[in-house]
Design a protein around this ligand. Structure first.
Ligand code: GDP
Length: 194
């Protein structure tokens, strides 16, 4: 996909603020700090479309980005951030669940994991939840520049095994630093949109 136009639309705190209309949506999910913002920026060739941070963020909003006036990337707040209260975690859970289960425009979820680490319990729960709800999912293994290329396949295998990934789901090594995996990721996203 050639991204000609990419715009931040809204940080939605409630359903009422989700954009109207029927444009398809692709959601990004993953632990805080996994590289969701960097993924969005690299995919859209924009340095600062999504705010990156070296500290795990605690944004509890759904951030909407309109791409080519054709579909939205929806950045879902990262999970697994230890410093939020139980109450905050519950309200986060409800918001995400409502969105994932109720949003008709949602075409699929890009689940981001760090290629260097075994998926956590939260990662596995998210993947299994998406499968259970029959929401199409593409797994992106981020920060692939941090391990040698020769090790990518081994790490992908570990991720697949731990997630108990469906053979038909893609696990794509990706680097926001070098652009590795970008074309493959776009192909997978276009498939979700079709
Ligand atoms: P988010 O919380 O999931 O949105 O994560 P960010 O995109 O803000 O990234 C968290 C940190 O990881 C930042 O310091 C990024 O520079 C770094 N990072 C993200 N993606 C990559 C990548 O592909 N390679 C490397 N080396 N660092 C990355």
């Amino acid at each position: 996909m050639i991204v000609k136009d990419a715009q931040f639309i809204i940080s939605a705190v409630s359903e009422k603020q989700y954009p109207e209309g029927s444009l398809p949506e692709i959601a990004m999910a993953g632990r805080s700090n996994v590289g969701k913002s960097s993924f969005i920026n690299r995919m859209t060739n924009r340095k600062k479309l999504a705010k990156t941070s070296s500290k795990p963020g605690r944004t509890q909003t759904l951030n909407y980005y309109l791409i080519n006036n054709r579909f939205y990337f929806v950045d879902v707040p990262g999970y697994g951030y230890a410093a939020v209260s139980k109450k905050e975690r519950r309200s986060w859970g409800k918001m995400i669940e409502n969105y994932l289960l109720g949003r008709k425009q949602l075409k699929g979820v890009v689940l981001l994991l760090d290629i260097r680490h075994e998926p956590t319990g939260d990662d596995c729960l998210m993947y299994q939840f998406l499968k259970h709800c029959r929401i199409p999912v593409v797994v992106i293994a981020t920060k692939a520049d941090k391990i040698s290329k020769g090790k990518h396949a081994k790490h992908v295998k570990i991720i697949r095994e731990k997630l108990q990934a469906d053979p038909e789901d893609m696990v794509i090594p990706f680097s926001a630093e070098t652009g590795i995996g970008k074309d493959e990721a776009w192909k997978a996203i276009e498939n979700l949109l079709d």
